[in-house]
Design a protein around this ligand. Structure first.
Ligand code: ADP
Ligand code: MG
Length: 711
């Protein structure tokens, strides 16, 4: 009996817990009056304006539901331009005149909040004396309950705008971009005779990579604590070269973490699906089942937050930085993107004979043109200081945007270009050579892991995004640039006297003009960098240069045409990107200086004194004994220490200069990138060399081997 109970205790009933902390469709249906429910569904599904009467009724139902579950507080949950989420909690209590309290939550409290906008990055839109900012209920993403210790809080996903209506967050432009995409995609669908679809949305599945380290090591590393990455650390004897971690069997401690993570995510309605060991030691991945972009973006924030919390319960720390460790792979986020209609069609589904599916080919051509026309915007959307370590290194796609289409579509594109469509290559039977293995047809196309933007059967996978980034930025760019090209296509096709003829010309022209962006080869190779330059494809290597693209007139025109961001909002995002870059590098530089001064130099001094004492002691005991090993060590140690001290002084000087620098945000960024960052790299070389010389007992920092292999 006891045994049975113990076994059953570990069983997770997914069906029972899934979505239990979400004010989801089922709960709304049960608790809202039918008319209110229908009205709200219409807004969610068809993007219609929210009926003002709805909020009061929903607020009441939400409050009752949350309180029954044990919630005491509510918060508007939003995504300021820090890239993470923000919340300010209020309890439901309201005093009565008899000295008691009642629990209240009004339609107004659901619909709008007013956090101080001046303390979030605003890129100059909000000065401290103009502080008003509003959070506004996004009813298209469901409210949920978040549990921290015993505190249960009702979280209401919201957009965040300034008093004057400018977007101060990641969600507002995402919702705006979804609106324009739907509008333009519908114009194209109508041309193909579709009269029933009411809305087109982009769908996203975001694969999330992360590292886990033991908390006892994390706590001893100021760099991990303050910057999320190791600023010093010599390479261990073993890295990832044996490929023995990728998809390896999951260690018990990690499995236990993953199990709890899944449970927490399922309760929040996140469709956590896939989990595995990644390429680098200590690195893992989680992928949810895809959903509407807006909700996928919210869920990805919850995934990141939950990973961090659950890891701590297992005495581990989850690192989401793009490059926590030098010399082994960093972490990214693969953004799988497709276009879905409200009646269930995936517009990127080729079907069995894509050469006959002109609507599909039109959409694919629009994606190809959009990515070629706006490659720099797309590249910029994945730029942050952490990702500068990855893009272009030999582990992540290069900083050059290209598209992988695969054999079948490449063949169809060649047919389109030469003006006749007559075949779709089909996958052949897989020849495993073993009779007892089941036989099946292969996919029509192989994969390519080195392409930053790959067609993977019925979706595109954008592989550039950094692991710590919000996926909103890149998805705003996809939605926007594809909406723009679809609008250009629609403009032309709507005027056509002969639709088929004009469509054929349009597709042929698109392939001819944009085939330079197509590349199926090895994106990690040096030849590709050369080849891409010949083709005139942009190659932006840093966050600093990527930021400039936001200020181009062509960018501003595009964003303003589709009402996704206006000039002021773009200028503010430009300022913020550069400001965040400079601040991040500044913090890293100061952290290195601190560690060098207070940990590395003292360890070196201690060891050199020990060596000197040893040499003296041995010499005085026996003049003829050979102390050359100690002497060599001492010399090597002291000369490295002198060199480290020089680099340290140089870095301190550079940081001072950077802080005193006049000039604009771009000049600051360039200085941090070209001078401060370079000085940090130089200092690290000596720091890491000292690690290889100094007695392990005296070395003050946990080593790479400990952090990566002792989980
Ligand atoms: P892989 O590593 O092979 O790319 P994963 O299973 O790790 O595959 O992740 C694939 C991701 O793509 C998942 O999040 C999945 O839900 C998502 N996905 C699948 N189909 C679509 C689609 N039509 N639109 C958007 N995302 C999709
Ligand atoms: Mg994957």
């Amino acid at each position: 009996m006891f045994l049975l109970f113990e076994v059953r205790k570990g069983v997770v009933n997914i069906m029972k817990i899934f979505g239990e902390n979400v004010f989801n469709d089922a709960v709304m249906k049960e608790r809202l009056p039918h008319a209110t429910y229908k009205s709200l569904r219409k807004t969610i599904e068809e993007g219609l304006a929210l009926d003002p009467g709805v909020a009061e009724i929903v607020a009441n139902a939400m409050k009752d539901w949350a309180i029954e579950k044990g919630a005491t507080h509510f918060t508007h949950w939003f995504q300021p331009l820090t890239g993470i989420t923000a919340e300010k909690q209020d309890s439901f209590i309201s005093p009565t005149k008899y000295g008691n309290v009642v629990m209240e939550f009004s339609g107004k409290e659901l619909s709008q909040g007013e956090p101080d906008a001046s303390s979030f990055p605003s890129g100059g839109i909000r000065a401290t004396f103009e502080a008003r900012g509003y959070t506004i209920w996004d009813c298209t993403s469901p409210a949920f309950l978040k549990k921290d210790a015993d505190l249960l809080t009702l979280c209401i996903p919201t957009a965040f705008c300034s008093y004057t209506g400018e977007a101060l967050d990641k969600k507002t432009p995402l919702l705006r971009s979804m609106q324009t995409l739907s509008k333009q995609a519908l114009r194209v669908l109508r041309l193909f005779g579709n009269t029933t679809t009411a809305r087109v949305t982009s769908s996203v599945g975001a694969e999330q990579e992360y590292f886990l380290v033991d908390k006892k090591f994390f706590d001893q590393r100021l760099d991990l604590m303050l910057t999320g990455r190791t600023l010093f650390g010599a390479m261990p004897p073993k890295g990832q070269e044996l490929d023995d971690h990728y998809f390896g069997s999951i260690k018990t401690r990690v499995a236990s973490f993953m199990n709890e993570l899944n449970v927490e995510l399922w309760k929040l309605g996140v469709l956590a699906k896939t989990q595995h060991n990644e390429v680098a030691p200590g690195q893992f991945e989680l992928a949810p089942i895809y959903g509407t972009t807006n909700i996928a973006a919210d869920h990805n924030q919850l995934v990141m937050e939950t990973m961090k919390k659950v890891a701590l319960r297992h005495n581990m720390v989850c690192l989401l930085h793009e490059k926590p460790f030098a010399g082994i792979n960093g972490s990214g986020k693969h953004n799988n993107w497709s276009l879905t209609t409200n009646d269930g069609l995936n517009l990127l589904e080729p079907g069995h004979t894509p050469h006959e599916n002109l609507q599909f080919l039109t959409i694919i051509c629009a994606v190809v043109k959009a990515v070629d026309d706006y490659a720099e915007l797309l590249r910029g959307s994945a730029a942050n200081p952490g990702n500068d370590h990855r893009l272009g290194a030999n582990e992540a796609p290069p900083a050059i945007i290209s598209i992988f289409l695969g054999d079948q579509l490449t063949d169809i594109f060649a047919q389109l270009e030469s003006g006749g469509l007559n075949r779709s290559l089909q996958g052949e039977k897989l020849a495993s050579g073993v009779k007892t293995l089941p036989a099946f047809r292969k996919d029509s196309t192989d994969r390519n892991r080195t392409s930053p933007f790959a067609f993977t059967g019925n979706k595109f996978e954008f592989r550039m995004i950094g692991s710590s980034q919000s996926i909103s930025g890149p998805n705003v760019v996809f939605n926007l640039i594809i909406a723009e090209v679809l609008s250009q296509f629609a403009d032309r096709l709507e005027q056509a006297a002969d639709f088929n003829q004009v469509l054929q010309e349009l597709l042929q022209e698109t392939v001819t003009n944009h085939k330079r962006i197509l590349f199926d080869g090895n994106g990690y190779s040096a030849e590709w960098v050369e080849e891409a330059a010949k083709r005139g494809l942009p190659n932006i290597s840093s966050t600093v240069d990527a930021a400039l693209v936001l200020l181009r007139e062509s960018t501003i025109d595009l964003y303003e045409k589709h009402k996704v961001l206006d000039r002021t909002e773009l200028e503010s995002r430009y300022e913020i990107n550069l400001e965040q870059y400079c601040k991040q590098i500044n913090i890293e530089a100061l952290t290195m200086i601190d560690m060098a001064k207070h940990q590395i130099i003292p360890a070196a001094v201690k060891y050199s004194t020990q060596l000197a004492n040893s040499i003296n002691a041995i010499k005085s005991a026996s003049k003829t004994t050979d102390v050359s090993v100690q002497e060599d060590l001492l010399k090597n140690l002291c000369s490295t220490l002198v060199s480290l001290e020089e680099k340290l002084n140089a870095l301190e000087q550079d940081v001072q200069t950077a802080n005193a620098l006049l000039g604009d945000a771009y000049e600051h960024g360039v200085y941090y990138r070209d001078v401060v960052f370079k000085a940090m790299e130089a200092l690290r070389i000596d720091g890491d060399k000292l690690e290889t010389i100094i007695d392990a007992d005296l070395w003050p920092l946990p080593t790479y081997a400990q952090m990566l292999f002792m989980l």
